[in-house]
Design a protein. Structure first.
Length: 157
Protein backbone atom coordinates (compact mmCIF):
# COMPACT_ATOMS: atom_id res chain seq x y z
CA UNK A 1 0.00 0.00 0.00
CA UNK A 2 1.27 3.47 -0.90
CA UNK A 3 1.22 5.97 1.99
CA UNK A 4 -2.22 5.27 3.48
CA UNK A 5 -3.89 4.59 0.13
CA UNK A 6 -6.06 1.53 -0.18
CA UNK A 7 -6.54 -0.37 -3.42
CA UNK A 8 -9.59 1.70 -4.38
CA UNK A 9 -7.67 4.99 -3.97
CA UNK A 10 -4.83 3.55 -6.04
CA UNK A 11 -7.28 2.47 -8.74
CA UNK A 12 -8.88 5.94 -8.76
CA UNK A 13 -5.45 7.47 -9.30
CA UNK A 14 -4.70 5.04 -12.13
CA UNK A 15 -7.99 5.76 -13.85
CA UNK A 16 -7.63 9.55 -13.53
CA UNK A 17 -4.02 9.44 -14.66
CA UNK A 18 -5.16 7.65 -17.82
CA UNK A 19 -8.09 10.04 -18.34
CA UNK A 20 -8.49 13.07 -16.09
CA UNK A 21 -11.83 13.92 -17.70
CA UNK A 22 -13.62 10.77 -16.58
CA UNK A 23 -17.04 11.69 -15.23
CA UNK A 24 -17.56 10.63 -11.60
CA UNK A 25 -20.33 8.24 -12.74
CA UNK A 26 -17.93 6.35 -15.01
CA UNK A 27 -15.03 6.52 -12.54
CA UNK A 28 -17.24 5.17 -9.77
CA UNK A 29 -18.33 2.27 -11.97
CA UNK A 30 -14.72 1.44 -12.87
CA UNK A 31 -13.66 1.30 -9.21
CA UNK A 32 -16.86 -0.40 -7.98
CA UNK A 33 -18.18 2.47 -5.83
CA UNK A 34 -21.31 4.58 -5.90
CA UNK A 35 -20.98 8.18 -7.04
CA UNK A 36 -20.90 9.97 -3.68
CA UNK A 37 -18.15 7.88 -2.01
CA UNK A 38 -16.11 8.02 -5.22
CA UNK A 39 -16.45 11.80 -5.40
CA UNK A 40 -15.46 12.11 -1.74
CA UNK A 41 -12.37 9.98 -2.33
CA UNK A 42 -11.34 12.11 -5.32
CA UNK A 43 -11.73 15.28 -3.23
CA UNK A 44 -9.67 13.69 -0.42
CA UNK A 45 -6.95 12.70 -2.89
CA UNK A 46 -6.90 16.26 -4.26
CA UNK A 47 -6.80 17.82 -0.79
CA UNK A 48 -4.10 15.37 0.32
CA UNK A 49 -1.87 16.35 -2.60
CA UNK A 50 -1.99 13.03 -4.44
CA UNK A 51 -3.79 14.73 -7.33
CA UNK A 52 -2.02 18.00 -8.07
CA UNK A 53 -3.97 19.09 -11.13
CA UNK A 54 -5.62 18.20 -14.41
CA UNK A 55 -4.47 19.17 -17.86
CA UNK A 56 -5.04 18.75 -21.56
CA UNK A 57 -2.44 16.95 -23.62
CA UNK A 58 -1.73 19.06 -26.67
CA UNK A 59 -0.53 17.62 -29.98
CA UNK A 60 2.63 19.67 -30.53
CA UNK A 61 2.93 18.47 -34.13
CA UNK A 62 -0.42 20.10 -34.89
CA UNK A 63 0.99 23.37 -33.52
CA UNK A 64 4.06 23.16 -35.73
CA UNK A 65 6.34 22.25 -32.80
CA UNK A 66 7.23 18.71 -33.83
CA UNK A 67 11.00 18.91 -33.31
CA UNK A 68 12.01 17.50 -29.92
CA UNK A 69 15.57 17.63 -28.60
CA UNK A 70 17.03 16.38 -25.34
CA UNK A 71 19.81 18.58 -23.96
CA UNK A 72 22.33 17.70 -21.26
CA UNK A 73 23.53 20.77 -19.38
CA UNK A 74 26.64 21.03 -17.21
CA UNK A 75 27.03 24.08 -14.99
CA UNK A 76 30.33 25.75 -14.17
CA UNK A 77 29.46 25.59 -10.45
CA UNK A 78 26.81 23.75 -8.47
CA UNK A 79 26.65 25.84 -5.31
CA UNK A 80 23.07 26.47 -4.15
CA UNK A 81 23.11 30.04 -5.46
CA UNK A 82 24.22 28.87 -8.92
CA UNK A 83 21.50 26.23 -9.04
CA UNK A 84 18.86 28.75 -7.93
CA UNK A 85 19.87 31.23 -10.65
CA UNK A 86 19.76 28.53 -13.32
CA UNK A 87 16.42 27.16 -12.06
CA UNK A 88 14.82 30.62 -12.06
CA UNK A 89 16.08 31.48 -15.55
CA UNK A 90 15.21 28.15 -17.19
CA UNK A 91 11.54 28.65 -16.28
CA UNK A 92 11.42 31.67 -18.62
CA UNK A 93 12.46 29.75 -21.75
CA UNK A 94 9.15 28.74 -23.33
CA UNK A 95 10.72 26.17 -25.64
CA UNK A 96 11.96 24.12 -22.65
CA UNK A 97 9.19 21.63 -21.84
CA UNK A 98 10.93 19.87 -18.95
CA UNK A 99 13.98 20.56 -16.83
CA UNK A 100 15.28 17.82 -14.57
CA UNK A 101 18.18 18.20 -12.15
CA UNK A 102 20.06 14.90 -12.25
CA UNK A 103 22.94 13.17 -10.49
CA UNK A 104 25.66 12.04 -12.83
CA UNK A 105 28.19 13.38 -15.30
CA UNK A 106 26.03 16.44 -16.07
CA UNK A 107 23.68 18.58 -13.98
CA UNK A 108 20.40 18.99 -15.89
CA UNK A 109 18.43 17.22 -18.57
CA UNK A 110 16.14 19.40 -20.69
CA UNK A 111 13.52 18.51 -23.26
CA UNK A 112 13.23 21.28 -25.81
CA UNK A 113 10.33 21.66 -28.26
CA UNK A 114 10.87 23.70 -31.45
CA UNK A 115 9.58 24.00 -35.02
CA UNK A 116 12.67 22.49 -36.64
CA UNK A 117 16.44 22.15 -36.30
CA UNK A 118 17.05 25.78 -37.31
CA UNK A 119 14.70 26.98 -34.58
CA UNK A 120 16.42 24.65 -32.09
CA UNK A 121 19.84 26.00 -33.09
CA UNK A 122 18.61 29.53 -32.33
CA UNK A 123 17.14 28.47 -28.96
CA UNK A 124 20.35 26.67 -28.02
CA UNK A 125 22.61 29.56 -28.96
CA UNK A 126 20.48 32.49 -27.88
CA UNK A 127 18.69 31.10 -24.84
CA UNK A 128 20.01 27.84 -23.38
CA UNK A 129 23.72 28.59 -23.67
CA UNK A 130 23.08 32.04 -22.15
CA UNK A 131 21.37 30.67 -19.04
CA UNK A 132 23.27 31.52 -15.83
CA UNK A 133 26.20 29.22 -15.12
CA UNK A 134 26.01 27.05 -18.24
CA UNK A 135 29.42 25.54 -18.90
CA UNK A 136 28.63 22.93 -21.54
CA UNK A 137 25.69 21.39 -23.40
CA UNK A 138 25.19 18.22 -25.42
CA UNK A 139 22.13 17.86 -27.63
CA UNK A 140 20.31 14.81 -28.92
CA UNK A 141 17.53 15.01 -31.51
CA UNK A 142 14.62 12.69 -30.75
CA UNK A 143 13.82 10.47 -33.73
CA UNK A 144 10.77 8.74 -32.25
CA UNK A 145 8.83 8.80 -28.99
CA UNK A 146 8.43 5.17 -27.97
CA UNK A 147 6.62 5.67 -24.64
CA UNK A 148 4.83 8.74 -23.38
CA UNK A 149 3.67 9.75 -19.90
CA UNK A 150 0.55 8.08 -18.50
CA UNK A 151 -2.62 9.33 -20.12
CA UNK A 152 -0.98 9.98 -23.50
CA UNK A 153 -1.95 7.46 -26.12
CA UNK A 154 -1.37 7.73 -29.83
CA UNK A 155 -2.28 5.33 -32.60
CA UNK A 156 0.61 3.34 -33.99
CA UNK A 157 1.51 4.20 -37.58
Amino acid sequence: MIRDLDKIDQRILQELEANGRLPIVELAARVNLTNTPCSERVKRLEKGGYITGYSAIIDKDMLGLGHLTVVQVSLAATAEQSLDKFNDAVRDVVEIENCLMVAGSFDYLLTVRTRDIAHFRMVLGEKINKLPGVHQTSSFTVMETVKEPAGVTRPRP
